[in-house]
Design a protein around this ligand. Structure first.
Ligand code: ZN
Length: 196
């Protein structure tokens, strides 16, 4: 006998496919809730955000109203507090704080997520600093995808993470990383101003 699929029930749960749309999304199995990995890391680091943070995606986790979840997650992605967290995360991974940042993360999956996101962000920062083109048509031949493929070829855990959760050739992911490249250019400018 074929078991009937309750489509309404499916809609009420966290969907793994959302990882492909939202690169920063993470699922905390112990809390049974969704978080924004970047905003959560920045909050755990006690780094101040000038825009108010959203406890839903940083400390509490999103665990209710799954029917509206996708909409709500997208809203967080467009919030000023999230954009600031993205910028601060980029700044953080450029420094030497990554090891200490990862040490405070007890969950192994979260450590892997931070490490893999760092591998995604650093090629973007490099391209920004060198003033090199980010994309090309077809996407697979673009600098960003090529650099990331090189890194993944040398890093089996990055390769399996990308295959499992993200599609770094998707425009969604590339748009987010392009935002990051703009953020990194901003930091380059700020840093050089300090020495004027
Ligand atoms: Zn966020």
């Amino acid at each position: 006998m074929i078991k009937e699929v309750d489509s309404d029930k499916i809609r009420k749960h966290f969907q793994r496919s959302w990882y492909r749309k939202f690169t920063w999304l993470e699922w905390d199995a112990s809390k049974q809730a969704a978080f924004c990995h970047l905003s959560r890391v920045i909050t755990e680091q006690n780094m101040k955000l000038t825009n108010s943070t959203e406890p839903t995606f940083t400390t509490e986790g999103y665990s209710k109203n799954w029917k509206k979840a996708k909409e709500r997650i997208a809203k967080h992605g467009h919030s000023s507090s999230h954009r600031e967290a993205v910028t601060k995360f980029a700044h953080l991974v450029r420094g030497t704080n990554v090891a200490s940042m990862m040490n405070i993360q007890k969950d192994k999956d979260r450590q892997i997520a931070t490490d893999c996101l760092r591998h995604i962000f650093t090629p973007a920062i490099f391209l920004g600093k060198q003033g090199l083109a980010f994309r090309r048509n077809p996407d697979e031949e673009g600098n960003f995808v090529q650099l990331l493929q090189l890194r993944a070829a040398e890093n089996p855990s990055l390769m399996s993470w990308l295959n499992k959760y993200r599609s770094y050739t998707s425009h969604q992911v590339q748009n987010e990383v392009l935002d990051l490249r703009i953020a990194s250019l901003y930091f380059v400018r700020c840093e050089s101003k300090q020495f004027l």
